[in-house]
Design a protein around this ligand. Structure first.
Ligand SMILES: [Zn+2]
Ligand SMILES: [Zn+2]
Length: 283
């Protein structure tokens, strides 16, 4: 049984439940180590991240919960931090807050220019995704996807986050191969090049289990065919459900554990007494 979850949202950002409700759900599901990871506010207007003025309260609230529940679960303070491909950087606020966190998740959610008010996203809606590619890549999906994976590799090499979040988020609206075919050589080579670069750094890749709860049929991130490629490169993994409500706290955990074990992984990484530690699978 998988005993950890490092990708947990709350009503500090776009989650439905309070931090404490999420912690209670984690305890009830038998988790022993859990990281709270709201979306850090962004340097442009949006309706899905934490507000900057709430950051101190967030850090404090997690601290209070850590103490309150210390006999039942190890809690860790994290944030989901955005890397911006157009800036080739994270925000100044992110840089300032990282030393105060127990761990970081980094991910890319945006397409194109992120300095104006009207930013396009990979994961907001199919229409917004399509418009973003049209606006910034003249509709050339392949060009965007190559930029995306190069951006992920750059993010990992520059900042070496503890966890790389939802690696192949670009497939979120790719039902029926609407935007690209994962079997195509160019796609697989692009992904493999990115994995080669990730493997040179000390970043764990997240097995992100929660997507089917919100959009049935998307599957886990990363896609099944990528896991043996990660294993081949000895890339360490962590587990997270990207839960935005208590209902999703350990969503499809058993299925994920069975699959990663089948791919030859024998361990996943957990925070234990404040340090990353390899935990055997299938126990
Ligand atoms: Zn995310
Ligand atoms: Zn998330």
């Amino acid at each position: 049984m998988l005993l950890a979850n490092y990708h947990v949202h709350s009503d500090y950002c776009d989650g439905k439940n309070s931090l404490e409700e999420m912690v209670a759900a984690g305890i009830a599901s038998g988790l022993t180590s859990m990281g709270l990871s709201s979306h850090l506010s962004l340097p442009f207007p949006n309706d899905w991240t934490m507000k900057e003025e709430n950051l101190e309260n967030y850090l404090n609230d997690v601290k209070v919960l850590k103490d309150k529940y210390s006999s039942q679960i190890e809690l860790y303070c994290g944030l989901e931090i955005d890397f911006f491909i157009d800036r080739q950087d994270i925000s100044d606020l992110a840089k300032a807050v990282i030393p105060r966190l127990d761990y970081t998740i980094m991910a890319v959610h945006t397409i194109g220019i992120t300095t104006g008010a009207d930013v396009s996203y990979i994961d907001e809606s199919q229409q917004n995704f399509e418009q973003g590619i049209k606006k910034y890549y003249a509709g050339d999906k392949q060009a965007f996807i190559k930029d995306y994976y190069q951006g992920i590799a750059k993010m990992v090499s520059m900042f070496e986050p503890d966890i790389l979040g939802h690696f192949d988020l670009v497939k979120k609206y790719n039902r029926d191969n609407r935007f690209f075919n994962e079997q195509d050589t160019w796609y697989q080579e692009t992904v493999k090049d990115c994995l080669d670069q990730i493997a040179t750094k000390n970043t764990r890749m997240e097995i992100n289990t929660g997507t089917n709860l919100r959009i049935p049929g998307v599957g886990r991130y990363p896609s099944d065919w990528m896991i043996p490629e990660m294993k081949k490169r000895n890339i360490p993994i962590t587990i997270g459900s990207d839960s935005h409500s208590t209902a999703g706290i350990v969503f499809e955990y058993d299925e994920a554990e069975a699959y990663i074990t089948e791919c030859g992984y024998q361990e996943y990484w957990v925070l234990k007494k404040g340090r990353w530690d390899a935990q055997p699978l299938g126990v």
